[in-house]
Design a protein around this ligand. Structure first.
Ligand code: PGA
Length: 242
């Protein structure tokens, strides 16, 4: 695991964007899993600027959805697909055929998981898996206690995720289950990348990177990932080594 600490959240966005752009320059047909959420937003904005300036080209990449709320359609605010559509795919005109997301409305979520696993196998695995960290240590919708050896799966949401998840919606929204890539994909990804910014994330970053490695704290899996990269701003790194 390699840790990079950036001066500010803006600097974190710039450095993460450069890092992802380099990966795509080296592998223009890369399969990328990008997280939604507030943390990577600035990096996506920088990447769109870089693409507009001709500095990186995503037109041959495939994109894998990290997770979705079960019962929330892709067209709804708060869904992973909606977020990435608005901040990334539409701005870059990525063809639909290159976007592979869970359908939170699937009548058979287990079949939806197998479909996703098949797509990832077909594409030869993930070249990049970008994730954030939840205030309960979750990674994607792998909640505390989720086994680390799962591929795509459906799971119950932690109470904290249900509460914090409301920030992605304009009105109160019932959230109960998530459909998500499992942590086995982080182990298999060529590049697992964790981003975190802000003081609120400092305690969970400390626990993830310096605390006990346990399935009860999903983000602690990064301590076991030799190829893992962690990019933080100073505020999120504030409690490391304390
Ligand atoms: P955030 O979400 O980037 O919006 O803080 C992170 C997460 O819950 O995984």
């Amino acid at each position: 695991m390699r840790i990079t600490i950036c001066e500010s959240s803006f600097d974190l966005s710039v450095q993460a964007a450069r890092f992802i752009a380099e990966l795509v320059k080296t592998n223009p047909t890369a399969t990328l899993c990008l997280a939604s959420g507030h943390t990577p937003l600035g990096a996506f904005e920088r990447l769109v600027e870089m693409a507009d300036a001709g500095l990186v080209d995503f037109s041959r990449c495939h994109f894998i959805g990290l997770d979705e709320w079960v019962g929330i359609p892709s067209s709804a605010e708060g869904s992973c697909r909606y977020f990435l559509d608005n901040y990334f795919f539409k701005k870059l005109n990525i063809p639909e055929a290159q976007l592979h997301f869970f359908d939170g409305m699937a009548t058979d979520p287990e079949a939806e998981c197998r479909k996703m696993d098949d797509v990832i196998i077909y594409l030869g695995g993930l070249d990049l898996m970008l994730v954030g960290i939840g205030l309960n240590g979750h990674i994607a919708l792998n909640e505390p206690g989720t086994p680390w050896n799962l591929h795509s799966h459906v799971g119950d949401l932690d109470e904290m995720t249900v509460t914090v998840g409301q920030k992605y919606f304009s009105g109160k929204t019932q959230l109960t289950k998530g459909i998500t890539l499992g942590l086995q994909y982080l182990r298999e990804a060529k590049l697992p990348l964790l981003m975190a910014s802000g003081e609120a994330k400092a305690p969970v970053i400390r626990q993830a990177l310096e605390g006990e490695v346990t399935e009860l704290f999903p983000a602690s899996i990064f301590q076991t990932l030799e190829q893992g990269v962690v990019m933080l701003d100073k505020a999120a790194a504030g409690r490391l080594g304390a």
